[in-house]
Write a protein that binds this ligand. Sequence first.
Ligand SMILES: Cc1cc2nc3c(=O)[nH]c(=O)nc-3n(C[C@H](O)[C@H](O)[C@H](O)COP(=O)(O)OP(=O)(O)OC[C@H]3O[C@@H](n4cnc5c(N)ncnc54)[C@H](O)[C@@H]3O)c2cc1C
Ligand SMILES: *[C@@H]1O[C@H](CO)[C@@H](O)[C@H](O)[C@H]1NC(C)=O
Ligand SMILES: *[C@@H]1O[C@H](CO)[C@@H](O)[C@H](O)[C@H]1NC(C)=O
Ligand SMILES: *[C@@H]1O[C@H](CO)[C@@H](O)[C@H](O)[C@H]1NC(C)=O
Length: 497
Amino acid sequence: MPGRGLPLPLLLLAALCPPAPARQNPASIAVVGGGIGGAATAYFLRRRFGPAVRLQLMEKAAPGGRLATEQLHGQAYEAGGSVIHPLNLHMKHFVQQLGLSVAPAQGSLLGIYNGEDFVFEESSWYLINLLKLLWHYGLNPLRMYMWVEDILDKFMRIYRYQTHDYAFSSNERLLHALGGDSFTLLLNQSIDEAMQRAGFSHKFINEVVCPAMRVNYGQGVNINGFVGAVSLAGVDSGLWSVKGGNKLVCSGLLSASKAEVIHGTVLSIEPKVRPGPTGDPVKLYQVTYNTGSEVTGDTYDMVFIAAPLGPDLANISFKNFEPPIRQLPNLYHQTITTLVHGRLNTSFFGYPEPATFPFGVILTMDNPNLFFNSVGKVSPVGAASREAELPSQLAVWKVFSKEVLTKEQLNLLFSSYDSLKVKQWLAYPEYRPPEKCPPILLHDHIYYVSGIERAASAMEMSSIAAKNAALLGYHRWHGNGHRIDQEGLHEKLKTEL
Ligand SMILES: Cc1cc2nc3c(=O)[nH]c(=O)nc-3n(C[C@H](O)[C@H](O)[C@H](O)COP(=O)(O)OP(=O)(O)OC[C@H]3O[C@@H](n4cnc5c(N)ncnc54)[C@H](O)[C@@H]3O)c2cc1C
Ligand SMILES: *[C@@H]1O[C@H](CO)[C@@H](O)[C@H](O)[C@H]1NC(C)=O
Ligand SMILES: *[C@@H]1O[C@H](CO)[C@@H](O)[C@H](O)[C@H]1NC(C)=O
Ligand SMILES: *[C@@H]1O[C@H](CO)[C@@H](O)[C@H](O)[C@H]1NC(C)=O
């Protein structure tokens, strides 16, 4: 046993000094995808592996991925991922490190529409809202707040684990390390089931929880309990976004990582064996990509895939693996973002007099006759939040819907409009509990970052998965098994610092 017989101070010293690396760092690493997941992976890989490793990142479109802005009337608006929770510590850290600024989310009055009437109308008076909530839903809102808080508390453990360099080899293990069986159980149930079991009323679930799922994930209360809870946390106060656009975090992380960004679509990955400098065979991965002008590629020691796999998604084929790595049949949900500069048709919502219409955000209950999930007034990404408080009628509105809105539908929803932008997304997984997350480890040194989205899709989830994958890759490369899949970390780290 090493260290035996050493005097205690030396023993302690030995325990504090990390052992010499068991082997050399990898020479070159590929990252597929330049969204927040890929950009954060590159950033964390650089921090872990240092300046010498060659880091290349392939992106088929523009860096940012599902973080993107659209121009309307000379101003840019978030068309994809838009709000960030105040306790999303990785996103916060990135913004600080990169010297970016934060724009607080705008506050405007919220109405919940069932297709005929508003079942809940927010008032600008705090006390009135409190009384209204009590009147309509009893203690359900307060209990929901506590229920979500409890989940969030456990979720926050991830930052501690990651600060202490611990990694997990599967998404389920990661979630289990945070909240035990209660977390993995959330993946097995719908948010509807989970909240019913916790004693919430049908009325509350349908009128408050469901509209939150519809605006955040385009789906109803049949989505899994974990993503449901993430979605409810998104109803918290203190939400923010990045001034100038959230995608600035991606470009910022990419330059901070000093990764070489290659504009190309990765087509396939194949294992290769080459004789190394000492004559021993070295295992590598051949990554083939299409730059538009040519199909080319290179070999890498490690590959990180930070784009959703699936035939209609990243569509990467894994060639000559034994056992084979199959395509994931990952179903993604279509959501259409429509940005409209115009006047809302308040008659449509039962307010014939536009000036009396109080709402800046309209969420909806599940109703097959409704052709949209939500409508909300938005500010440009560069603006101070006050600008959202302009007279409510002429504004830029963001509509989320399952299908592209027809002319007729737009004419119903808006009494007039002069310009619009439509963005079609395969936005997030189509959630169907019981949910099983895809593996992180696809092969010895191929890591899949995006699988965590099956539990919940959000910028912070991709960032957490990115750090986990970078740590996992590092520890597996250097044989640091004691940093992987440790049980009882929460208790252990309580006493450690
Ligand atoms: C409308 C909408 C609203 C949302 N709202 C929020 C929100 O308010 N808050 C929040 O936290 N999250 C929100 N999300 C979710 C959030 O945007 C995503 O979870 C997050 O951006 C995913 O980042 P990612 O890097 O994992 O994936 P992506 O952003 O999809 O990045 C993957 C990248 O890989 C590239 N790529 C794919 N295949 C290949 C290939 N074969 N070769 C090379 N490159 C490839 C793609 O072009 C893309 O840039 C929203 C999403 C949508 C669509
Ligand atoms: C969730 O369901 C899977 C099967 O789908 C099962 O193996 C697992 O034990 C369940 N987890 C919990 C916590 O109930
Ligand atoms: C996916 O890639 C294969 C080749 O690897 C190609 O034949 C197929 O058309 C692609 N699918 C889509 C939807 O682009
Ligand atoms: C507005 O909504 C009302 C009620 O749904 C509808 O009759 C009308 O055609 C809509 N459009 C305009 C421009 O008022």
